[in-house]
Design a protein around this ligand. Structure first.
Ligand code: NAI
Ligand code: MG
Length: 500
């Protein structure tokens, strides 16, 4: 076995000892075990292409065992079901404390696995993960029913909010640890048990998180972690009749498949899928802020954000200026290894790099203008140049403009009036997010209302907080994560009638 760690990384001793285990296991029923088949899959550092280790490849049998463990942990008389809401909150808070105490190690694992700059992992992702566990730790004691004012005489009707049961949480690779927190924290706060299926590209930090959750004291089987491929690990979870709910973040294609397969057992689903988000710059915007905002809206995290502001609409009088300034600013982006002082890292895998380069080539040959970028950087690792295209309304139906690229590629286009920008911005199957840059407050509110998107940012982009709901319109999915809305995702309402 040849585990190789990039020369520039100076890793914490805990990270080193984690990595040097070389063969990582599954967490099922509180015990770390190999896959029943003994199979593993390789984990790579996308900044070098080097091998980081082997993760257990869960199959149908492992899924069945994890579901059995999670069901047992959810049994009516189990320790978890008898646990008071206050104690549940304490456990979630303890996880947050442990994550904070191990922040460096977790951030290092996310950077090794995903390639993102270490600064982003440490100062961006990990603190948000901590905030999520704390936010939902506070919710455990606030999940209330109600007393509806029914008109039936001599009757009391009240509602209870109860957990759903076993929740399968299937997550992507762009924010490995944060996506785990977005789902685990509310699912557990509501009293469910969970089976987390990290993305096969980035399983490591989730495994370390699993160890911290065991250390925090969750009863065996409450949190299970199955690394593995989409098929069979993810698909077997979706198909298993013992799973009560599937919460998925990933591609729209797989989201549709999951919804179809979950219908066999009427397993509940919530889906957070792709995006092709419009970012609209009006001529009265603070141009410095707008250009910088538009730059990071799409190039942040190497464009691997479901909210990426990949369609940039600019009002005609400032169009040339914005394209020029954006190109110049993109030239200043340092693309590099997560351990160097880079702004953005590689894309996550060779497959993803090829996908992104494929879209860029298609843009080139479609005849629209390319202002910057357009290629791979270097020969080691999966680095792609920040790339800027521009086009007019006739390009709106190109694949490059319609489909989610999930890489550092933006398409800029001019617009002339309100009707045009509303129509074109909404001319997409997606509806995850949108940005608006203007100094005219009423225009901002009117456009925020007109845009079909689950999140709208005004004079900002990519702001997130555990307290604010997030999710999609149209083919970007349904269900809202974060905020009090996530409580709805992981509970069901029981109505109790009492005649007196
Ligand atoms: P994906 O949707 O295949 O993977 C996401 C998760 O779903 C992973 O954990 C994967 O193992 C699992 N999965 C895959 N097939 C499954 C199945 N049949 N049943 C159950 N689970 C399954 O995304 P992928 O292939 O990594 O990326 C492809 C494209 O998807 C990206 O280029 C991007 O456009 C989009 N994407 C969007 C994300 C978002 O946050 N909206 C996140 C990741 C990818
Ligand atoms: Mg896939």
């Amino acid at each position: 076995m040849t585990i190789k760690i990039h020369e520039a990384a100076s890793l914490h001793e805990n990270t080193l000892s984690f990595i040097h285990r070389e063969r990582h296991k599954l967490l099922i029923g509180g015990v770390w075990v190999e896959a029943r088949s003994g199979e593993t899959f390789e984990v790579f550092d996308p900044a070098t292409g080097d091998l980081l280790g082997h993760a257990a490849a869960a199959g149908e049998e492992d899924v069945a065992m994890a579901v059995a463990a999670a069901r047992a942990a959810f049994a009516p008389d189990s320790e978890w079901r008898r646990m008071t809401p206050q104690k549940r909150g304490e456990l979630l808070w303890k996880v947050a404390d442990l994550i904070e105490a191990n922040a460096r190690e977790l951030a290092e694992l996310d950077t090794l696995d995903n390639g993102k700059p270490y600064r982003n992992s440490l100062y961006g992702d990990v603190p948000q993960v901590v905030a999520h566990f704390r936010y939902y730790a506070g919710w455990t004691t606030k999940i209330e029913g109600s007393v509806p004012p029914v008109s039936v005489p001599n009757t009391l009707n009240y509602t209870r909010r109860e957990p759903l049961g076993v929740c399968a949480l299937i997550i992507p690779w762009n924010f490995p640890l944060l996506m785990a927190a977005w789902k685990l924290a509310p699912a557990l706060a509501c009293g469910n048990t969970a089976i987390l299926k990290p993305a096969e590209q980035t399983p490591l930090a989730a495994l370390r998180l699993g160890e911290l959750m065991v250390e925090a004291g969750f009863p065996a089987g409450v949190v299970n972690i199955l690394t593995g491929l989409g098929v069979p690990a993810g698909s077997a979870l979706v198909d298993h009749p013992g799973v009560d709910k599937v919460s998925f973040t990933g591609s729209t294609e797989v989201g549709k498949l999951i919804m179809r397969n979950a219908s066999n057992n009427l397993t509940k689903v919530s889906l957070e899928l792709g995006g092709k988000s419009p970012n609209v710059v009006f001529k009265d915007a603070d141009m410095g802020k707008a250009v910088k905002g538009a730059l990071w809206a799409v190039f942040g995290n190497t464009g691997q954000m479901c909210t990426a502001g990949s369609r940039l609409f600019v009002e005609r009088p400032v169009y040339e200026q914005v394209v020029e300034q954006l190109s110049e600013a993109a030239g200043g982006i340092r693309v590099g290894h997560g351990w160097d002082k880079s702004h953005i890292g590689p894309v996550v895998s060779q497959e993803q790099m090829e996908r992104v380069l494929g879209y860029i080539d298609e843009g080139r040959s479609s005849g629209i203008e390319m202002h910057r970028g357009g290629g791979r950087l270097g020969e080691r690792g999966y680095f792609v140049e920040p790339t800027i295209f521009s086009h007019d309304a006739s390009g709106d139906d190109l694949r490059l403009i319609r489909e989610e690229i999930f890489g550092p590629v933006v398409a800029v286009t001019p617009f002339d009036d309100w009707e045009e920008v509303v129509q074109r911005a909404n001319h997409t199957e997606y509806g995850l997010a949108a940005g608006i840059w203007t100094s005219d407050l009423s225009k901002a509110h009117r456009l925020a209302e007109a845009l079909q998107a689950g999140t709208v940012w005004v004079n900002a982009y990519n702001l997130f907080d555990a307290a604010s709901p997030f999710g999609g319109y149209k083919s970007s999915g349904f269900g809202r994560e974060m905020g009090k809305e996530a409580i709805d995702l992981y509970t069901q309402v029981k109505s109790v009638w009492v005649s007196y």
